[in-house]
Design a protein around this ligand. Structure first.
Ligand code: ADP
Ligand code: MG
Length: 305
């Protein structure tokens, strides 16, 4: 393609809300053979809501907390977290559970990819995923453990993320949170497959929830339970298999993977850091624009006759 053709191509992209940061990226776009999608905020809206909660009586104190007191402690802890799940939980506590004030936590600690821990009113509180809770040596010991576990599996198979609440080393409840799929996600994946491009999903979420969301959009290849610092390793793995890899993400923790990919694509509504790290920005945050970018690349570089 002539320099003029490339300029025209990036210009058309810009008019369509596809910001291509240089002709080289436009050229790479039609060579992509695998696309890795981040889950939260990329395939999903990134605005999760609480769909269910179970409060389990404490075996030690024989005490069953009411929903309001439970969520008062939970919201006090999550109010200090910046994670989207935390926002969903705090919002639910205030709007559904009648919580109207929170306590200021002490010793607050956020464990990336796992959860949070702090002290509230002399109670040691941990909220996070089962993998982390187990690593900390805590397990279910309620009488109805089996029923609880099958309920949790069901919630996860429906695409919910389930987080566990631990108070003084005991699981006192769990909360299911779900995030809506973007309406165009499934069609975008279908189009990619038609072009012979392999779609992947990467997420810090647990395997079961990740598989459920992936299958809803038609993705069969999933990297789940990936710590934020390891997302770029997954890009490397596919590159080593000989793929030309595009990574699509919105979050701060996606930026190393966006930079590692042959083409990093950021969601326009994403964080500034992701937008900066990317080679292409989908200004309208519409996933279908990935397909448009590939077509534009093909046209510009005469791969369509
Ligand atoms: P994602 O790829 O979905 O953005 P993260 O790496 O940010 O995933 O988080 C992975 C998991 O860690 C979450 O699915 C959740 O189980 C747990 N987690 C992280 N932060 C919190 C929090 N503030 N409260 C509860 N759980 C959390
Ligand atoms: Mg994300």
């Amino acid at each position: 393609a002539t320099p003029t053709a490339v300029m025209v191509g990036t210009g058309i992209g810009a008019q369509c809300g596809i910001l291509i940061k240089g002709g080289a990226h436009l050229e790479t776009a039609h060579k992509i053979s695998a696309v890795i999608f981040d889950k939260t905020g990329t395939l999903t809206s990134g605005k999760p809501t609480v769909t269910h909660s179970t409060i389990i009586g404490s075996s030690a104190t024989k005490h069953h907390m009411d929903k309001k007191s439970f969520f008062e402690i939970v919201a006090s802890a999550e109010a200090a977290s910046e994670h989207p799940l935390a926002g969903a939980i705090v919002n639910y506590a205030f709007t559904v559970c009648d919580v109207n004030s929170t306590h200021v936590p002490t010793n607050f600690e956020s464990v990336t990819g796992s959860g949070i821990r702090c002290t509230i009113k002399d109670i040691d509180v941990m909220i996070g995923n089962m993998k982390w809770i187990q690593e900390e040596g805590i397990s279910f010991n309620s009488a109805d453990k089996t029923e609880q576990e099958s309920h949790i599996r069901k919630l996860e198979n429906e695409g919910n993320t389930v987080v566990f609440v631990v108070m003084n080393q005991e699981i006192t409840g769990y909360i299911a949170i779900s995030d809506q799929l973007k309406p165009e996600a499934r069609a975008t994946i279908t189009e990619l497959k038609k072009l012979g491009i392999f779609p992947w999903m990467v997420t810090g979420d647990n395997q079961r929830t990740a598989n459920a969301i992936a299958s809803q959009v038609g993705i069969t290849q999933v990297f789940a339970e990936v710590l934020p610092s390891n997302k770029s390793k997954k890009v490397q793995e596919l590159k080593q298999q000989g793929h030309i890899v595009a990574m699509i993400g919105d979050g701060i923790n996606d930026s190393p993977a966006l930079a590692e990919a042959d083409i990093g694509i950021a969601i326009g509504a994403g964080t500034d850091i992701a937008i900066e790290a990317a080679d292409i920005v989908l200004v309208k945050s519409d996933l279908r624009d990935v397909i448009t970018a590939i077509s534009l690349s093909k046209t510009t570089f005469n791969r369509i006759r």
